[in-house]
Design a protein around this ligand. Structure first.
Ligand code: HEC
Length: 187
């Protein structure tokens, strides 16, 4: 499995650095995000199916950041993918000042019922970009661990709170804006 996945990821990364037009950058960032998001999603699904919310929460707490590291280690220096949120659970997912501005702008659009672009490209310098893909709470299952006390799974949330006593990532409703994937390209 690894032997097949690795070369594909390296190929994607290399073309990411060569992308020059906005369209190319978006396309390449999208495929990088799909790798990260797809891996997290499939593991989460497997664990939810095998052991319910408690096992799935255990997976997120122990492995989500490891998976993120593993995916990132396959990109060349200067390229990274992460998840950020204004209401973050893991302090490692706290946005930087410029990222927080983008998230706030998206939230303002959402509040005003305006369409939010699927991808947002911010140029930092020549050949340096941050590409944002907004994340929404589109699935009811997200609320198992991110909803308010009436919808959360109490056992799963006990585990989460033990690791993250200052968790901000709760109180969400279905469809809420949650945060974003960010692909950073620094050349
Ligand atoms: C079984 C529990 C569980 C479910 C279900 C769940 N999450 Fe999470 N989520 C977590 C945990 C735990 C973390 C912190 C992971 C870590 O330690 O990095 C997290 C982190 C995140 C983050 C990173 C930002 C932050 O707050 O640290 C995003 C974005 C996110 N979740 C979105 C979602 C979405 C969207 C869904 C539904 C598709 C979902 N989650 C379903 C438990 C869950």
């Amino acid at each position: 499995m690894k032997r097949v996945v690795l070369p594909i990821m390296l190929l994607t990364s290399a073309s990411l650095l060569n992308a020059t037009t906005n369209k190319e950058i978006k396309q390449e960032a999208k495929s990088a995000i799909m790798k990260m998001g797809g891996t997290l999603k499939s593991h989460m699904k497997q664990n939810m199916k095998a052991g319910g919310p408690v096992q799935a929460a255990g997976f997120c707490l122990q492995e989500a950041s490891e998976i993120a590291k593993k995916v990132n280690s396959n990109y060349p220096k200067g390229v990274s993918v992460k998840r950020i949120s204004l209401k973050y659970r893991n302090p490692a997912n706290k946005p930087t000042a410029d990222e927080a501005q983008v998230l706030k702008a998206i939230q303002t659009n959402v509040n005003a019922h305006k369409t939010v672009p699927k991808m947002i490209v911010k140029k930092l310098a020549k050949n340096s970009y941050k590409v944002y893909k907004p994340i929404f709470m589109n699935k009811g299952v997200c609320l198992t661990c991110h909803g308010d006390a009436t919808v959360r799974n109490p056992e799963a949330y006990k585990l989460i709170q033990a690791k993250y006593p200052h968790d901000k990532a709760i109180g969400y409703k279905k469809g809420d804006f949650r945060g974003a994937f960010v692909v950073t390209i620094l050349k």
